[in-house]
Design a protein around this ligand. Structure first.
Ligand code: EPU
Length: 422
């Protein structure tokens, strides 16, 4: 397995281009199953999760071509069964259910196993499908959904932990080809849901309200091919903002959408960082000594759970006591024990991390456990004394395109050690 080695203490400066959003691209690629026509998707990041999604689409019978950031998909004739071997590597494979149900009125997709960031149920996805008149069964590790007729209706997708992003995507996709009108109450309002809706509208879907808590979809008979560019990845951008805040002198992020980053930008401003924010570009001036913060993760437009781990790394350098509370995935604190091994003073109290700083971090061998936790360890390594060795970097490769090369381009002393044993 590859490792990333970070030699701490090198200041970052210069500029970095942000890639297309993983969490937009995944459902958008799946949505191309809704038509037999050709779909052309640009700004698709080169990530292992994207690779898994393209494998699933190919397995289902779609013709997939990929040239640098552009993916061309034609799903002329497809099957409706995605087996365990092909979906097990990625939770997001569940988002082929909606398009298959919409187009063929049936789907059987194996359920991927557990996930370190906590329980990942799909009860709300199924609640939405049932509201569309589909029958849903979970048996022998598979979820099977089918309907003689898909009929629009009103469904509330708000769960105990708030709205669901992929659940909203799934029900919205199925509803585009249902009879009549579907209203999703308690919908997720994340920019990735809006990006998917824009793509579906280009395909001929009738959707209103994406980006609000109520989405209305008027079913159509069929959808056609479309061309689309995926929005910039707000979590990759947020991660580079934190890298710049921690270790930067002056760093500019290019191809961002600043509107999608308001909560993260507000937190960094509260922590004392100066930023020059334009619509598609942000320059951060690092200062090395942030003020402590109280952070609470929430659904969009609140502070994103996908940035909580990176902020814990930053706040370990703040002068005073910070708190980071998870409301979306209350168990998502895998980074805490590894950051502590690097010298951070963090205590967990239920779903709150209490971070006492400033700590001088020291390099150590650490283990990546999930995507964002791994990013936090790389960030901590940038300001730690000595060498940080991040193992199991396949977690990082799921969601960050060339993070080592991009950080090296900003001046970090970082290298990837390839495992040649396979
Ligand atoms: N939930 C349910 N029932 C459901 C679905 C979700 O109870 O049927 C709960 C979850 O357990 C969680 C909350 O609702 O407590 C929110 O989960 P959500 O469904 O919104 O998560 P997701 O759609 O599976 C996406 C992103 C995650 C991101 C979350 C929250 C993709 C591929 N994944 O997951 O991204 O953390 O939304 O914003 O879009 C990541 O990129 O590192 C990542 C984990």
């Amino acid at each position: 397995m590859d490792k990333i080695l970070v030699h701490g203490g090198r200041p970052l400066s210069g500029s970095v281009r942000i890639s297309g959003s993983k969490n937009s691209a995944l459902p958008i690629l799946a949505a191309s199953l809704l038509t037999r026509d050709r779909c052309v998707i640009h700004c698709v990041p080169d990530l292992s999760d994207i690779h898994y999604m393209l494998q699933i689409l190919s397995h289902l019978g779609a013709h997939v071509e990929r040239a640098s950031g552009t993916v061309i998909i034609q799903a002329e004739k497809i099957s409706t069964v995605a087996p365990y071997e092909i979906v097990r590597k990625m939770r997001a494979s569940v988002c082929v259910l909606g398009p298959l149900l919409g187009r063929h009125r049936e789907a059987k997709v194996s359920l991927p196993g557990g996930c370190v960031i906590g329980d990942r149920p799909i009860d709300l996805h199924l609640r939405g499908f049932r509201a569309l008149n589909a029958a849903c069964r979970v048996e022998a590790g598979d979820v099977k959904v089918f309907a003689d007729e898909l009929r629009g209706s009103t469904v509330d997708l708000e769960g105990k932990q708030g709205p669901t992003v992929l659940g909203t995507d799934n029900v919205m996709m199925a509803a585009t080809l249902a009879e009549g009108v579907t209203v999703i109450e308690g919908a997720a309002a994340e920019p990735e849901v809006v990006d998917l809706a824009h793509f579906l509208i280009k395909m001929g879907a009738k959707i209103e309200g994406a980006g609000t808590r109520r989405i209305t979809i008027e079913g159509v008979k069929e959808l056609h091919g479309a061309e689309h560019s995926v929005i910039p990845d707000r979590i990759e951008a947020g991660t580079f903002l934190v890298a710049a805040a921690l270790a930067g002198t002056e760093v500019t992020l290019r191809r961002v959408n600043s509107d999608h980053l308001k909560a993260v930008l507000n937190s960094l401003t509260d922590a004392g960082f100066r930023m020059d924010v334009q619509r598609d570009q942000i320059t951060v001036h690092g200062n090395g000594s942030p003020r402590p913060l109280e952070l609470i993760t929430e659904p969009y437009p609140g502070f994103p759970t996908d940035m909580q781990a990176q902020m814990c790394a930053l706040l370990s350098r703040a002068n005073g006591v910070s708190r980071a509370t998870e409301t979306v995935f209350p168990q998502r604190f895998m980074h805490v024990s590894e950051l502590k091994r690097m010298g951070a003073d963090i205590e967990l109290d239920g779903a709150t991390a209490i971070i006492r700083g400033p700590s001088q971090l020291s390099g150590a061998p650490v283990m990546a456990s999930d995507l964002r936790a791994s990013a936090a360890l790389v960030l901590a390594g940038l300001v730690a004394n000595g060498l940080t060795e991040v193992n199991r970097v396949y977690h990082i490769d799921r969601g960050y395109e060339s993070i080592d090369e991009k950080l090296a381009g900003l001046g970090a002393h970082i290298e990837r050690v390839k495992d040649r044993s396979h």
